[in-house]
Design a protein around this ligand. Structure first.
Ligand code: ASC
Length: 550
C-alpha cells in the first residue's frame, strides 16, 4: 500500500518542559506526527517548508532507501536542502518492520525539536516471536532553552562556547524544568508535576496500562548530547529488539539508550495496582547537571494525576562505564532471525576520532579531517562527475602511526577541514573500526554513538585501548553479533563494525551527537553510484548542480 502524509513545517511557540521557546514543528505538532506503515509499504511525505528563513530536510533513520538514496534526507549528501517556500516529496519503501524515527538533518534541526516516531508493522502474514497486549512509543530527548542558532554560533565561535548540559530531559516531548529540580533521593516537591490543571501543555507524559497485561515499549533516543538510561520503576523489562532487529531476549531493570538507537522492550504491569509508577530517564556518560526526566506509568483505573510518592528512579552512576559496556556486550542477535556476518571483509578502515583545535576553533576530526559540507550534494557530485564539487583526495584508511589515545592530541598533529569520502566497491564487505581517544581535556574521553545511513552493520566487538589489528580481529564475534544502525564507542575504546556495501548511494557515517556532527565528527561512505538512475530534479539545484535540475 501507499501511505501518504502532507506536512507543513514551521516554528511554533511551545513549552515542552514548561518553559516557552521556539520549536520546529510539523503541522503544528511537537513531537512531529508518527508515521505508521506496514513492511513493504511505500511512504510518501509531501513537505512544504513554511520556515521563513531556514531550509529543511528529513532523514528517515533506519530506513535503507534501497533504490532511493536521494530520499535519505541528509543535507548536502543526498539532496539539496528544501528552501523556504518550496515543496519536496519524499517517497520510499519501508523495508523492515520495527521501531524507528525520523528527524531533521540540516544544521541542528533535530535539537530544535524536529523529530517523530516511524513505526513499521509486520504484515498480517508474519508474526513476532513474542506476544504483547498493547504498545506505547517512548521517544527520548534532551532539551535546551537556547535556540539552535545560539547553540550553533557558540560552537563555531572563538572562543568556543559549548551548548552545555541540557536544561531538561523529555519523554515523548514532555518534561518539567525546575519542577523536577529536586535531589533524586527525596520525593518531589509538593506541587511538582501537578500543574496539569493550570498548564495542561506541560503535564507529564502518561503511559496507561491495564494491570496484568503485557506491553511493548518502542523506545527511541533522538537525544542531542546525552546518553540516557531508561527505567520503569519497579518493573523488569525484557529487551527483544534493537534498531528494529531481533535480539536474544534479556531482562533488565534499567537500559542505556544512546542517541540514534531504538529498543523494543516488553514488560508486564504486575506491580501493586493501587499505585502509579515513574518512567524515568537519567544522563549517563557525562557528569549530569540535569534532573531526571519523568513520565507517569498509569495503572488503570487510577487517575493519571495520581503521582507516585516515591523518589525519582536512580540509574547507575554516570561514569560507571563498565556497566554500560557489559550491557552492550549482552546484546546479541536472535539466532535464526538474523543472518551471521560474512566471515571475512575485503577492506578494513580504522577511523580515529579526535577533538582538535583548528586555528582556535574547537572541532572533532576523523583521521585528522574535520568534516565540512560542500554546497553540492555528494551523490550528485559523484553521479554527474562534477569537477571541483567535492574533495577528490581519498581520506586515510588508518590513523597516523603511534598515536597515543590516552593523552590530548599534540598541537603538532593539528587537524584540517575537509569533506572525506570513502568509496567502496559495490557488494564488498567492509570493516570499520571506530577508535576513541582523549579529548583536548586531560583524562577525558567521551561516548560517541556512531550511525550509518543506508545500511545496518554487525557489531563485531568492543575493546579497550588502541585497536591492534594483529590480535583484536581474532576476538570478533562472527556467530551472533547484533545487527544495528547505531553503536556506541566507549571512552578510550574501539568498536568494530562490519557491513556489506551493497546499496548504491552516498551515506553519512557520523557521531549522532548533534553538536559533535556539527563540529565535524562525520564522513561519507559511497558505493555503486554509477548504477543509479537519474537523480530526481527536486533533489538538485544547489551548489554546482544549478541547471542540472531542469
Ligand atoms: O564537543 C564537546 O566539547 C565539550 C568540551 O570537550 C569542550 O568544551 C564537550 O563536553 C563536548 O562533548
Amino acid at each position: 500500500a501507499v501511505v501518504k502524509y502532507d506536512w507543513n513545517v514551521d516554528y511554533m511557540f511551545g513549552a515542552p518542559d514548561c518553559v516557552e521557546k521556539l520549536i520546529l514543528a510539523v503541522n503544528g505538532q511537537y513531537p512531529s506526527p508518527t508515521i505508521r506503515a506496514v513492511e513493504g509499504d511505500t511512504v510518501v511525505v509531501k513537505i512544504t517548508n513554511h520556515i521563513p528563513t531556514e531550509s529543511v530536510v528529513f532523514h528517515w533513520h533506519g530506513m535503507h532507501q534501497r533504490g532511493t538514496p536521494y530520499f535519505d534526507g541528509a543535507a548536502y549528501v543526498s539532496q539539496c536542502p528544501i528552501n523556504p517556500g518550496e515543496i519536496f516529496t519524499y517517497k520510499f519503501k519501508v523495508d523492515r518492520a520495527g521501531t524507528y524515527f525520523y528527524h531533521g538533518h540540516f544544521g541542528m534541526q533535530r535539537s530544535g525539536g524536529l523529530y517523530g516516531s516511524l513505526i513499521v508493522d509486520l504484515p498480517a502474514s508474519k508474526k513476532e516471536p513474542f506476544a504483547y497486549d498493547g504498545e506505547h512509543s517512548i521517544l527520548l530527548n534532551d532539551w535546551w532553552h537556547k535556540s539552535i542558532y545560539e547553540q550553533e554560533l557558540g560552537l563555531n565561535s572563538v572562543p568556543f562556547r559549548f551548548v552545555g548540559e541540557p536544561q531538561s530531559l523529555l519523554i515523548e516531548g514532555r518534561g518539567k524544568y525546575n519542577c523536577s529540580l529536586y535531589p533524586a533521593t527525596v520525593p518531589p516537591t509538593p506541587g511538582c508535576l501537578t500543574c496539569n490543571a493550570t498548564s495542561p501543555k506541560c503535564a507529564p507524559h502518561v503511559i496507561p496500562v491495564t494491570p496484568g497485561k503485557t506491553y511493548r515499549l518502542r523506545i527511541a533516543s533522538v537525544a542531542s548530547l546525552s546518553s540516557l538510561n531508561f527505567i520503569l520503576e519497579g518493573h523488569k523489562m525484557t529487551v527483544v529488539q534493537a534498531d528494529g532487529r531481533y535480539i536474544k531476549p534479556f531482562d533488565v531493570y534499567n537500559l542505556d539508550v544512546y542517541s540514534g538507537q531504538t529498543y523494543d522492550v516488553l514488560f508486564t504491569a504486575d506491580q501493586d495496582a493501587s499505585k502509579n509508577y515513574w518512567a524515568a530517564i537519567n544522563v549517563r556518560g557525562r557528569n549530569p547537571k540535569t534532573p531526571t526526566g519523568l513520565a507517569v506509568l498509569q495503572y488503570l483505573p487510577n487517575e493519571a494525576t495520581l503521582l507516585p510518592t516515591t523518589p525519582a528512579p536512580v540509574s547507575p552512576i554516570w561514569n560507571d562505564t563498565a556497566t554500560s559496556i557489559s550491557l552492550a556486550k549482552q546484546i546479541l542477535a536472535k539466532v535464526g532471525y538474523e543472518a551471521a556476518p560474512p566471515k571475512k571483509s575485503h577492506r578494513t578502515i580504522v577511523i580515529l576520532g579526535t577533538q582538535n583545535n583548528i586555528n582556535g576553533n574547537l572541532k572533532w576530526a576523523l583521521n585528522n579531517i574535520s568534516y565540512v559540507h560542500n554546497p553540492t550534494p555528494v551523490i550528485a557530485a559523484l553521479k554527474y562527475n562534477i569537477k571541483g564539487a567535492i574533495d577528490s583526495t581519498p581520506p586515510p584508511d588508518y590513523p597516523v602511526q603511534d598515536y597515543n589515545i590516552f593523552v590530548p592530541p599534540k598541537p603538532s598533529l593539528s587537524a584540517n577541514y575537509g569533506s572525506p569520502l570513502y568509496v567502496f566497491k559495490r557488494g564488498s564487505v567492509v570493516d570499520v573500526i571506530v577508535q576513541n581517544s582523549n579529548t583536548l581535556t586531560p583524562n577525558n574521553s567521551e561516548i560517541h554513538p556512531w550511525h550509518l545511513h543506508g545500511h545496518d552493520f554487525w557489531v563485531l566487538g568492543y575493546g579497550q585501548g588502541m585497536y591492534d589489528s594483529t590480535k583484536d580481529a581474532a576476538s570478533f564475534n562472527l556467530i551472533d553479533p547484533p545487527v544495528r544502525n547505531t553503536a556506541a564507542v566507549f571512552p578510550y575504546g574501539w568498536v568494530a563494525l562490519r557491513f556489506v556495501a551493497d546499496n548504491p548511494g552516498a551515506w553519512p557515517f557520523h557521531c549522532h551527537i548533534e553538536p559533535h556532527f556539527h563540529m565535524g565528527m562525520g564522513t561519507v561512505f559511497a558505493e555503486g553510484i554509477h548504477n543509479l538512475p537519474k537523480l530526481p530534479s527536486q533533489t538538485l539545484g544547489c551548489g554546482l548542480t544549478k541547471g542540472l535540475h531542469r
